[in-house]
Write a protein that binds this ligand. Structure first.
Ligand SMILES: Cc1cc2nc3c(=O)[nH]c(=O)nc-3n(C[C@H](O)[C@H](O)[C@H](O)COP(=O)(O)O)c2cc1C
Length: 148
């Protein structure tokens, strides 16, 4: 059984809805177990023990990750621990052009993670199309975990 973990931060629930849909998409695959965890309840070992990881965070501050919980968590992840690990990134935004996600993708690639898709961004509350993109992302992540 391959382990997938979806770890997210969400202030008003938009990224949480995305996270739930990513987890649902991943669960649609045989041979995987999926855990959905708010970052406040997550630890680095959740990432280390997983075969594939999805991280979600909205655009906060001025096009940055949320700074009290998500940014410190992402900072704990070291290059050696992410090398070769399939990773999906997603999050909701308000008015920007997604710079936080572009930066996040580059940062995680720099740590050696294998991004299974482009960072998925959805404006504010995800609509049906947004949720189905999240499910697809979860499916892709599960497939890459099974292939590992
Ligand atoms: C303090 C704060 C800062 C924000 N900064 C940005 C930003 O720089 N760019 C942007 O596109 N949206 C920004 N937003 C909007 C949020 O990304 C957007 O409302 C998102 O849907 C929130 O997701 P959540 O419900 O998962 O918390 C900001 C929101 C807050 C509360």
């Amino acid at each position: 059984m391959k382990k997938i973990v979806v770890i997210y931060w969400s202030g008003t629930g938009n990224t949480e809805q995305m996270a739930t849909a990513v987890a649902d998409g991943a669960k649609n695959n045989d041979g995987v177990s999926v855990e959905l965890i708010a970052v406040s309840n997550a630890s680095k070992s959740n990432v280390l023990e997983a075969d594939a990881v999805a991280l979600g965070c909205p655009s906060m501050g001025d096009e940055v990750l949320e700074e009290t919980e998500m940014e410190p968590f992402v900072k704990t992840l070291q290059a050696a621990e992410l090398t070769g690990k399939p990773l999906a990134l997603f999050g909701s935004y308000g008015w920007g052009e997604g710079q936080w996600m572009t930066d996040w993708v580059e940062r995680m690639k720099g740590l050696g993670a294998v991004l299974v898709a482009d960072g998925l961004i959805v404006q504010e509350v995800p609509n049906e199309e947004g949720l189905s993109l999240c499910k697809e992302l979860g499916m892709k992540l599960a497939l890459s975990a099974v292939k590992e």
